[in-house]
Design a protein around this ligand. Structure first.
Ligand code: GLA
Length: 433
């Protein structure tokens, strides 16, 4: 009997370990190779940009020396094409010996010495998407142990070359195997992206129990179209996705491409703002050695990062989609604060959008407004005061909103009441901000 009780307690303990590794209480931040550097393995002709230990050391140096680390960008993440095409004589994965001559453990200590963390990439299946050795079901234990032995801090587990049944077994099994190593390893699952991202095929409750973050949707590319289509999918499906997120469990709309070639400065601010509203992981995929000061300023915006990293970890929502092409997003934050994003899908000229906080579901009271990208305090706004914001084409205005300490509720929350929601009342002269 005693033995049975002890067994039950042990089983409970193991179950708890498997459910919550205590990591990533706020959305993880760092740098990830894929979008910018892909599977460039031509180190002969392109030594600075090929997937090699040089690239990851360079990025670690930049993160440590250019102010990124202090802002929270601490992960240096390897993606596909790092491995040798063959496992070693013990059946373990090994890095390509030409491109990673010092080996992954060495790279890990280089990265740890700079106060950063190392992420690596694997694939639940026979091959990775790029055709490198994958982790089929019978290799999960040994690969988890290899990553832990190498002192890896995070695993992105992709899903090419496996079917739905294998994924159903493999993703939870890898979660258990990582926990069983005893090393805290953040776990990013691409599982839902391979199952269409929506219930009933995807079970977000289960994902929250086994993964720290998960890719729900397709790959980001270096273009505004790509960013927009991803943002649209996430907000169109917010009723399903928004409740799935919370401390230690995040939806992942994929990397930030700010600092690359495809986005204007306005579009870059839009990606940063919408990713912060979504409580998305902030993994930049860019070249930190040559990034422009404009892109750096956006990525290093402290208030935008603060909104992303809010400890309550509540994912934001789209509140309004106007016929004019303006959309308004909202995220509740700790200390009775909140964030609003006014976004324009327009392609003509800056649009003067008129609203009041009351119309955006804020409760009676007065509010302090900070314009995140203009980096300035705005005049205090009453809930009833009409204001106008000027939003650039494919751009945003982002506000951090705080309420006086004695104010109780600040926002009705939840969904808006639907289309009967009118503004632009005639005859009221708005404050122009
Ligand atoms: C998939 C993933 C990408 C990247 C590539 C690598 O497409 O979704 O993020 O990891 O594989 O081959």
């Amino acid at each position: 009997m005693r033995f049975a009780v002890a067994l039950c307690v042990l089983a409970l303990f193991v179950a708890t370990l498997a459910l919550d590794n205590g990591l990533m209480r706020t959305p993880p931040m760092g740098w990830l190779a894929w979008e910018r550097f892909r599977c460039d393995i031509d180190c002969q002709n392109d030594p600075k940009n090929c997937i090699s230990e040089v690239l990851f050391r360079d990025m670690a140096d930049r993160l440590a020396e250019d102010g990124w680390r202090e802002l929270g960008y601490v992960y240096v993440n390897i993606d596909d094409c790092w491995a040798s095409k063959d496992r070693d004589s013990n059946g373990r994965l090994q890095a390509d010996p030409k491109r990673f001559p010092s080996g992954i453990p060495n790279l890990a200590s280089y990265i740890h010495d700079r106060g950063l963390k190392l992420g690596i990439y694997g694939d639940m299946g026979t091959l990775t998407c790029g055709g490198y050795p994958g982790t089929p079901l019978d290799k999960i234990t040994i690969d988890a142990q290899t990553f832990a032995d190498w002192k890896v801090d995070m695993l992105k587990f992709d899903g090419c070359y496996s079917n739905a049944t294998e994924q159903e077994q493999g993703y939870p099994a890898m979660s258990k195997a990582l926990n069983a190593t005893g090393r805290p390893i953040g776990y990013s699952c691409s599982w839902p992206a391979y199952q269409g991202g929506l219930p009933p095929k995807v079970n977000y409750t289960q994902l929250g129990e086994i993964c720290n973050l998960w890719r729900n949707y397709g790959d980001i590319e270096d273009s505004w179209n790509s960013v927009l289509s991803i943002a649209d999918w996430f907000f169109n499906n917010q009723d399903v996705l928004q409740p799935a997120a919370g401390p230690g469990r995040w939806n992942d709309p994929d990397m930030l491409v700010v600092g690359d070639f495809g986005l204007s400065m306005d579009q870059s601010r839009s990606q940063m703002a919408l990713w912060a509203i979504m409580a998305a992981p902030l993994f930049m995929s860019n070249d930190l050695r040559t990034i422009s000061s404009g892109a750096r300023t956006i990525l290093q915006n402290k208030v935008a990062i603060g909104i992303s990293q809010d400890p309550m970890g509540i994912q934001g929502r789209r509140l309004i989609k106007e016929k004019s092409g303006i959309e308004v997003f909202w995220r509740p934050l700790s200390d009775k604060a909140s964030a609003l994003v006014f976004f324009s899908r327009r392609t003509d000229m800056p649009y003067r959008y008129q609203a009041s906080l009351g119309q955006l579901n804020y409760t009676t009271g007065s509010y302090k407004i900070y314009d995140v990208f203009a980096e300035r305090e705005m005049p205090t706004l009453k809930d009833s005061t009409h204001f106008v914001v000027s939003i650039n084409p494919s751009g945003v205005v982002m506000w951090y909103i705080s309420a006086p300490a004695d104010q109780e509720n600040t926002h009705i929350g939840g969904k808006l009441r639907g289309p009967a929601f009118h503004r632009h009342a005639n005859g009221i002269s708005p404050i122009v901000l």
